[in-house]
Write a protein that binds this ligand. Structure first.
Ligand SMILES: Cc1cc2nc3c(=O)[nH]c(=O)nc-3n(C[C@H](O)[C@H](O)[C@H](O)COP(=O)(O)OP(=O)(O)OC[C@H]3O[C@@H](n4cnc5c(N)ncnc54)[C@H](O)[C@@H]3O)c2cc1C
Length: 391
């Protein structure tokens, strides 16, 4: 098989890249290790920045988002006894949307299928070859176990944290920065109407908690837990009791309504950046190049932002033999990656508690400044609602 752009991974980055390339007449083929149903059911992120929404709108992918998603003006930031609303629209003129990654992926999957996109789902043994030549290619086993070879002009690694692409950059060329955090998130999905109109980010001596949502009838909530936490130790009752305590059930007349838990998982927290995001004929986008802890709601948005830069770069490179955008891709993308890496680290370290009393006082001081000063609030709002794509 031959294509212009061989894409590894059919997550949001890979699917959106193929969509943007097709709109400009560039052919691509995607190789994905999981089934389409698995990819579309994977519970992950759920907050879209305004620039992500604008991009999806501009390429005909926003109809269901606007019909079924929820626009949010801001978030609540709280610590025991106090809850403050930060209004992003007043502060920065930009809102965010609650729309699950599952839904973004389904919309992308449907659009690509309607367009006849070739996607090899359930591929095995994906390997990248000859990336430093003009004739790179992928090999893999297709869903029937047959060996396949896909020749391309360029290969794009959109294969997330666990795929082979990032390791295909020669060790001498790559630099990795990473930080492991000493806590994880226990996340639940529950069939219950959210107890709040906007997300609640709660600092608490027992640990951070987040009340988020997916729709008018489905809530998504998270608890800070130690790394290595075993889900078996957390009964549904224990989870709801901890959420009620940390989110302030009973304080100022607010209450948390529990409901049936339909999904439970523990999510490790880590920051990771690999630079550069290009090596010869290989480009990296999304989680393949960087991972942020989910506190800033940036992972999915960063994947979209990478692809929004990469698609026009590949169109210019392959359609017009103009390499300028492709040559600038890594540096341009990394500027935003590092901004989001810092913001995600800042939110994480401001909100997650440990046993150190000095750190707690600093965190509370920082939270008070963010909640009470326009400058502090605007800084959080600008980063959370998202800087413009070209930032
Ligand atoms: C477990 C998990 C939970 C998360 N939860 C949250 C959350 O609650 N809130 C939040 O804001 N963000 C969350 N995130 C972050 C966010 O979902 C990601 O940043 C986003 O999915 C990045 O999109 P992507 O397309 O770059 O990568 P992915 O969505 O990871 O897509 C990569 C694709 O590549 C495929 N792939 C992997 N290996 C191969 C291979 N060898 N061959 C072919 N295909 C391959 C994978 O199956 C996958 O479909 C979570 C991430 C993870 C991993």
């Amino acid at each position: 098989m031959r294509t212009q752009v061989a894409i590894v991974g059919a997550g949001p980055a890979g699917l959106l890249l193929s969509h943007l390339l097709a709109a400009d007449g560039i052919d691509s083929v995607i190789v994905e290790s999981r089934s389409r149903a698995y990819v579309e059911a994977r519970i992950r992120a759920g907050i879209l920045e305004s620039s992500t929404v604008q991009l999806l709108d501009s390429v005909g992918l926003g109809a269901r988002l606007h019909r079924e998603g929820d626009e949010h003006r801001g978030i609540y930031l709280q610590w025991p006894g106090e809850r403050h609303h930060l209004d992003f629209v007043d502060l920065t003129g930009r809102s965010v949307w609650v729309y699950g990654q599952t839904e973004v992926t389904k919309d992308l999957g449907a659009a690509r299928a309607a367009d006849g996109q070739v996607i090899h789902y359930e591929a095995g043994e994906t390997a990248l070859h000859d990336l430093n030549t003009d004739h790179p290619y992928l090999t893999f086993r297709d869903a029937d176990g047959a060996p396949r070879r896909l020749d391309a002009d360029v290969v794009v690694g959109c294969d997330g944290s666990f795929g082979p692409s990032r390791a295909a950059v020669p060790p001498a060329e790559r630099t990795v920065w990473q930080r492991e955090y000493p806590y994880a998130w226990l996340g639940i999905l529950a069939d219950v109407a959210p107890s709040t109109d906007e997300l609640i980010y709660a600092w608490h001596p027992d640990g951070f908690a987040l009340h988020s949502m997916r729709s008018a009838t489905v809530s998504r909530l998270y608890l800070q837990v130690p790394t290595g936490t075993d889900l078996a130790d957390w009964s549904d009752d224990r989870i709801w009791a901890a959420l009620a305590e940390r989110l302030g059930d009973g304080v100022n007349g607010w209450s948390l309504t529990p409901g049936p838990i339909t999904d439970k998982s523990v999510l490790p927290m880590r920051s990771f950046v690999q630079s550069p995001m290009r090596s010869s004929r290989l480009f990296l986008a999304g989680d393949a190049a960087h991972i942020v802890p989910p506190t800033g709601a940036k992972g999915l948005n960063l994947a979209v932002a990478d692809v929004a830069l990469l698609a026009p770069a590949l169109v210019a490179l392959l359609g017009k033999h103009d390499a300028r955008l492709a040559d600038a891709y890594s540096d341009t993308a990394l500027r935003r990656v590092w901004r989001c890496t810092h913001f995600s680290w800042w939110m994480t370290t401001m909100l997650h508690t440990d046993d150190d009393p000095f750190t707690r006082q600093l965190q509370l001081s920082q939270l008070q400044w963010v909640a009470r000063s326009d400058a502090g609030a605007t800084g959080l709002a600008e980063n959370y609602a998202g800087l413009p794509l070209g930032f």
